[in-house]
Design a protein around this ligand. Structure first.
Ligand SMILES: [Cu+2]
Length: 166
């Protein structure tokens, strides 16, 4: 009997914390050069109870979209996704060459070492929306990446974005 009661109490405690079950880690935005209109934001997102990333906004970008990047034969292609599934308990990586938050119509240059505010919007399984607000560092490579290892890919992606923007 005692165990049953404890279980019920734990379930209650969990449901009251439901609103804050999305965790965003290691976010960064790729630095831009003057005149560049688009770049990408990358991060790891874990939704304990499952959710969808349904939108993003940056004050410094006119448009922000969730994008997917995929090899189609020899050609790297990207497309906008209406939402990104975040399966319960699984960490979904947004990284160069894969998913990313595309920033377009940039209103200013994003120099390395600065930070930009970012708002992410999520929907849980019941359709309730929540927001996560972040201050994201601007960098030329993933902050945790080994120097050199990720740089080649990252440059490819920047070039791809540049090509696709025009
Ligand atoms: Cu993109």
């Amino acid at each position: 009997m005692k165990l049953k009661l404890l279980g019920a109490l734990l379930a209650l405690a969990c449901s009251t914390l439901y609103a804050q079950t999305v965790e965003v880690k290691d976010a960064w935005v790729r630095a831009t050069v003057p005149g560049q209109k688009g770049t990408g934001a990358f991060m790891s997102i874990t939704a304990k109870d499952g959710a969808k990333l349904v939108g993003a906004s940056f004050p410094v970008a006119g448009v922000a979209q969730v994008h997917e990047m995929k090899m189609d034969g020899d050609i790297m292609k990207m497309r906008a996704m209406p939402s990104l599934d975040l399966p319960a308990g699984q960490t979904v990586q947004l990284k160069p060459g894969g998913y990313h938050v595309m920033m377009m119509d940039l209103k200013q240059t994003l120099p390395k070492g600065s930070t930009v505010p970012l708002t992410l919007r999520f929907k849980n399984a019941k359709g309730a929306e929540s927001k996560v607000e972040l201050k994201v560092p601007v960098s030329t490579v993933a902050p945790a990446a080994a120097p050199g290892a990720a740089a080649g890919k990252a440059d490819d992606m920047a070039a791809q974005h540049g090509a696709l923007m025009h």
